[in-house]
Design a binder for this molecule. Sequence first.
Ligand code: ADP
Ligand code: MG
Length: 698
Amino acid sequence: MTLQSDALSALPVTALKGVGPKSAERLARLGIECVQDILFHLPLRYQDRTRVTPMQYLRPGDEVVVEGEVEHVEIRFGRRRSLLVHLSDGSSRIILRFFHFSAAQKNNLKAGLALRCFGEVRNGPACFELIHPEYRVVEENGMAMAEETLTPVYPTTEGMHQISWRDLTGKALELLNSSEQGLQEWLPDELLQAYSLMELSAAIRYLHRPPPDAQQQLLLDGVHPAQQRLAFEELVAHQLSLRQARQLQRRKQAPRLSGAGYLRQGLLQALPFELTGAQERVLEDISADLQQPVPMLRLVQGDVGSGKTIVAALAALQAIEAGFQVALMAPTELLAEQHMKSFQQWLEPLGVDMGWLSGRIKGKARQEVLQQLADGGLSLLVGTQALFQDDVTYHSLGLVIVDEQHRFGVHQRLALREKGSSGRHTPHQLIMTATPIPRSLAMTAYADLDLSVIDELPPGRTPIQTLVISDARREEIIGRVRTACANGRQAYWVCTLIEESEALQCQAAEDVAQELQEALQGLAVGLVHGRMSSADKEQVMAAFKAGDMQLLVATTVIEVGVDVPNASLMIIENPERLGLSQLHQLRGRVGRGSVESHCVLMYHPPLGQQAKERLAVLRESSDGFVIARKDLELRGPGEVLGVRQTGEMQFRVADILRDQPLLDTAREAADRLLSAHPESVQPLVDRWLGVNTRYAGV
Ligand code: ADP
Ligand code: MG
């Protein structure tokens, strides 16, 4: 445990009156273990029970408190037996409707009784109704206490009622008020003042029991100063935890990879093109890092087609020349194979020994590769995640390159660092991604990495024309394919289907390939999908690349990396099913040569308003950053970062899209804490990421 744990974080929930082992167990399911955790369990929304609304002002949908006198009570036998209580306050009348009621309840509700009720207003056949309202009798002498604060509604779990939550948080707040230390304020005054932040305990009190005049809309939107105060602290805590991971890494030793650069020169001289300024700049960043005795952790962002692969190859040569091994990992077999091809073409003439490893390499072949790797016979290993299975040992791994890292989550990324370590050396890491996310977001999501951006495309590319066309015009589109191929071009036809069903997706692609082959007599139509053996896939891809095949029908397996410059037309079926960034990646398969390319987004009508907007973004922009930002607005950061399934980048209070204005200041604050208030770092991380980081420490 940390030494400076604050009082309420050391106090188990069972310290609260009325919380026994059973409730403790329920709370534990929500990750709530101490009193502090209860205080950080914040309401989803609020009810206003502080005012009585005159019945004449009721509107359907409102949650209200009303007060009135019972006029009469009846039981209706309709489709469902119900108890109706007619209530009037002089301004108007309403009905309370109960489907479940006891005889006692019915007998107690007599004409003349004054009731105070809370519920949601619904339209009824005769007048407004409250269905199963909470109610109580108002005593003769009147003035039943109205609530003094807005009533919180908490996120909950089975077996926990709102009443229990209110009770629990009420007790925790009492403790907060009476305990000396309360909730330790870990943000120093200078920061609170600099950013005009509320004090922590005040923010917590406010959010659990807002005053009647609180601005509910701000609270609902999560932008109330009390919420922003917490969001800010949470973002700071996340920054700090990623920085810790980074510092930990920095304390490790990495081999200095330096040399005369003759291998690199050799490759540059053999290339048919010159590096772009952006490629050179990024390569310089990498070269400098590789010469340091601490492990590089660098993310290279570059739009589709910006030429990340050659940068990776040049980085690899620096390591190889220094006598170390390089591992290049790609998310899919197809992409890994293509890298293998490029690297063979580039590096083999320089005498570099390369190996290949994927999940499909088994038995003897696998043993052989592993052996060569272990005794240093291989300088470069290309493959999929298989590169980092437990039985893979490297002789002297100096550099790990991960392509299209958005396919791997943060945890995988961190785990990889451990695996690559051998003896006293930790390899350098180069991570490449084509998902161009806005810089402030990138620096939040990847605070443990340094960032380089290839912000320039190689010269001579003609922009891709994108068209959004209904599949009612399928025949016409097939005609377009025929014309393009007759003119010596090649085309992709991409079939999309819901991802969960790979089998269906492949079947659909097979059907489409057959249909198109029949419609396009005389053209060679190929097919690649995820269920084909890599040998088969490779054969088809090779034939397509060589121009022996004019049309390639494919599933989204071709999403990343495939490179055939003569292909200038892409049809994407049902693009509305895919994310914008993914579509942008797909589209990046064309427009790689000098002829003008087209991408047809062939949607299935009717298209919703949002889908229309999304496709229009693609039609109007070819800038990955613009597209990613739009995608972010329309779908949220989880999707765009590709981490939604793994639940990463999920915050308790913060929302990195909504709170973008806080991101930069949270980073500054994290810097300040690390340099001037290191004692606050661990408690903040524990408070906000407690469970996860504790796991990591086990
Ligand atoms: P991505 O960044 O999407 O991975 P690639 O590395 O696959 O892009 O590069 C796309 C294409 O551009 C490849 O055919 C590659 O050889 C070519 N290329 C890379 N850099 C340059 C350059 N500086 N000039 C011309 N072509 C280049
Ligand atoms: Mg690539």
